[in-house]
Design a protein around this ligand. Structure first.
Ligand code: 13P
Ligand code: SF4
Length: 305
């Protein structure tokens, strides 16, 4: 079977079985082509809430599929490759959160969406990279706990100096591999290129960049910009997708090591096998977890607009 034939089969079967395929922007181009929606974590959450299909296949990592199940508990939600987790989401547990809350009584806990469903049950507000600044600005509280990504937290603090975020030491191992030295090297090779990076990068990297944004925001900026060359500081799939969408522009990786092994796990064949109910994992969460975890995600959507 060719890739094209497999994609056609997927498109046919998903219609027949009333399945919506959602894909995070870091997924492969082959998967993008069969998806009903591709976007960042915030966009995926909104789609998960509004889709009318009975079944959803979430191509991404576990926390994205869990968020989808929490927002659409009556649907069957599948993660096509059950090994696809997010290492950052495993850095901080519900027990760690309860300890931290004891240390800082009365402060709300704000968590990056890249966290487990369990942790979300004791979280007041969830944020994503594209919505964090707006949400925290809209919160009444001036002081809060922020977990687990201290790089994203530092970027938010710079944007909102009146807000005090108490952070822990956590972050994305993929983005934290990029160094200030990588930026210097890439700029020396491509002096006319703009540097676009994700806020999960180290502060030494964001400080040297021309634009900071979520996966979707980076793509939007590059497509709309008059510039012709871009150095991309996020998972290297974004550089490839941009090259497809804007063949007249040039895109370079900020570092060749910016590869998320977890995001790379899901294949087109996994999507097909999930549709055929031969593999993949149906996300099952108990009703209490869904109920308790939903509040902080609803707060995200309410404050994020
Ligand atoms: P986005 O919200 O930008 O899609 O980020 C998700 C993610 O996992 C980035 O590493
Ligand atoms: Fe998690 Fe980082 Fe991979 Fe995003 S890129 S899924 S934050 S490990």
């Amino acid at each position: 079977m060719t890739v094209k034939e497999l994609q056609n089969e997927i498109l046919r079967i998903k219609k027949e079985k009333d399945v919506c395929i959602l894909a995070h922007a870091y997924q492969s181009h082959e998967i993008w082509e069969v998806a009903d929606y591709v976007g960042d974590s915030y966009g995926l959450s909104l789609k998960a809430k509004e889709t009318k299909n009975k079944n959803v296949i979430m191509c991404g990592v576990r926390f994205m599929a869990e968020t989808c199940k929490i927002l659409s508990p009556d649907k069957k939600v599948y993660l096509p490759n059950s090994d696809a987790g997010c290492p950052m989401a495993e850095q901080f547990t519900k027990e760690d959160a309860l300890q931290l809350k004891k240390q800082y009584p009365g402060l709300p806990l704000v968590a990056y969406i890249n966290t487990s469903a369990e942790l979300k049950t004791v979280t007041e507000v969830v944020v994503t990279s594209s919505s964090a600044v707006k949400i925290i600005q809209n919160m009444d509280e001036q002081e809060m706990l922020f977990v687990p990504d201290c790089n994203l937290g530092s970027w938010i603090s710079q944007k909102l100096p009146d807000k005090k975020l108490h952070m822990i030491k956590g972050g994305c191992p993929t983005h934290m591999r990029i160094t200030g030295h990588d930026v210097e090297e890439a700029k020396a090779i491509h002096p006319d290129a703009l540097v676009l990076v994700h806020p999960e990068c180290l502060p030494e990297v964001t400080a040297m960049s021309d634009y900071i944004g979520s996966t979707t925001d980076i793509m939007k900026f590059a497509k709309e910009s008059d510039a012709k060359e871009f150095i991309i500081g996020t998972e290297n799939s974004i550089k490839e997708h941009l090259q497809f969408e804007c063949p007249e522009k040039m895109f370079y990786p900020l570092s060749k090591t910016t590869v998320c092994m977890n995001m790379k796990l899901t294949t087109l064949m996994d999507v097909y096998n999930t549709l055929m109910l031969r593999s993949g994992e149906e996300i099952i969460l108990d009703p209490t977890t869904i109920y308790d975890a939903r509040k902080c995600i609803d707060n995200m959507i309410k404050l994020g607009g």
